[in-house]
Design a protein around this ligand. Structure first.
Ligand code: NAP
Length: 332
């Protein structure tokens, strides 16, 4: 089988297509022919080995795992002994988290991992993109901020994969949404359902006072300190990006009326991700959640996918399609 592999940290060019033996599923495992997998910020960190603390997870001197990619969608093409949840031919999608392995034609994963059936109404590319943003935005909004109908929610970085999911999921939860992005993405973000869009090159959202019950900084470009006064009393600041300040503030700010929250959604238990995947797929099938796709690339162009992610300005997700178009057609 073909995989996109890398052996050392570096720029996008360190990732290249390689041949590997066909993997066989063991007891309780399924083998998935991968039709789509996202290339996201976590892959960029795994590839470049930056920021430095990424190496604690990915390997201190060199990458521990040579194939990146967590969020995948595809078709089960073999099952190991004892598998009961899935059968050959099932359309599935999911997230392997730190185990990665999705940037390959074939992926082996336990049937007890974060993998669920994919509704016929959702295509493979959208399914991979759902995991990319939705599997992060949903727990942040629901568990981190406890978003309820009528709450005023601001999403910073609303055109990224997490931000675009957050706009749509917060809308679904009944919130009133203010979305912040750059000038080239204003129309896209409006189309996702934002009630108001702020172009960050023209307006500083942190200058507002008592304006939001939740500020979700999906790209970690602000700080709790800067956002604090824009929050209402009892409001919550969420950020996806760790810093010493936010770790400290998360501990200390519980004393005050406004909270700072950071979560590490990739580290959640698979058993917690499974129902979320089902919920996200149902929302996608109903049309309530449409993940934007910046670009799809074939496996041979994986480095180009990484380059787009590295710009920090993609709209939604970049998706690699490991299985060649002809084989995809034959399988569907
Ligand atoms: N803590 C966790 O569990 C967790 C989980 C997943 C991801 N993350 C982290 O979350 C972050 C976001 O991930 P992502 O996949 O959504 O990133 P992304 O898709 O690469 O974000 C790109 C978007 O960020 C926007 N952006 C860039 N600079 C901005 C600024 N100064 N102000 C506002 N928006 C700005 C861009 O909008 P314009 O092009 O319009 O400027 C672009 O659309 C990453 O750092 C990732 O590592 C954390």
């Amino acid at each position: 089988m073909r995989v996109a592999a890398y052996e050392r940290y570096g720029p996008p060019e360190v990732v290249a297509v390689a041949e590997r033996p066909t993997p066989e599923p063991g007891a309780g495992e399924v083998r998935v022919r991968v039709h789509a997998a996202s290339i996201g910020a976590a892959d960029s960190a795994a590839r470049s080995g930056t920021p430095w603390f990424a190496r604690l997870a990915f390997g201190l001197r060199a990458p521990k795992r040579s194939v990146m990619g967590s969020d995948f969608a595809g078709i089960v093409d073999a099952i190991g002994p004892g598998v009961t949840r899935f059968a050959v031919g099932d359309r599935v999608f999911g997230a392997t988290g730190v185990d990665a392995g999705g940037h390959a034609e074939l992926l082996i994963t336990p049937e007890s991992s974060a993998i669920v059936a994919l509704p016929a109404a959702v295509d493979m590319t959208d399914a991979a993109a759902i995991c990319d943003g939705g599997l992060t935005a949903l727990p942040f909004l629901r568990d981190g901020a406890r978003v309820r109908p009528g709450m005023r929610v601001l999403v910073n970085g609303a055109s990224g994969s997490v931000g675009a999911a957050a706009v749509q999921l917060a809308k679904h939860l009944g919130a009133e949404i203010t979305a912040v992005c750059g000038p080239s993405h204003v129309e896209l973000v409006r189309s996702l359902g934002a009630d108001r869009v702020i172009d960050y090159t023209r307006e500083d959202f942190t200058a507002a006072r008592d304006a939001y019950d939740v500020i979700f900084d999906a790209v970690g470009k602000s700080t709790f300190r800067r956002c604090r006064r824009a929050l209402s009393s009892g409001g919550t600041y969420l950020t996806t990006v760790p810093s010493w300040a936010i770790m400290l503030q998360q501990l200390t700010s519980k004393v005050g009326s406004r909270r700072a929250v950071i979560m590490f959604t990739g580290l959640r238990k698979d058993a917690d991700k499974v129902p979320d995947l089902g919920e996200l797929a149902a929302l996608a099938a109903s049309g309530a959640f449409r993940p934007p796709i910046e670009r799809e690339v074939p496996l041979d162009d994986i480095a180009e996918g990484h380059r787009i992610v590295d710009t920090g300005h993609k709209a939604g997700s970049v998706v690699v399609r490991p299985v060649a178009a002809d084989s995809r057609k034959a399988a569907s």
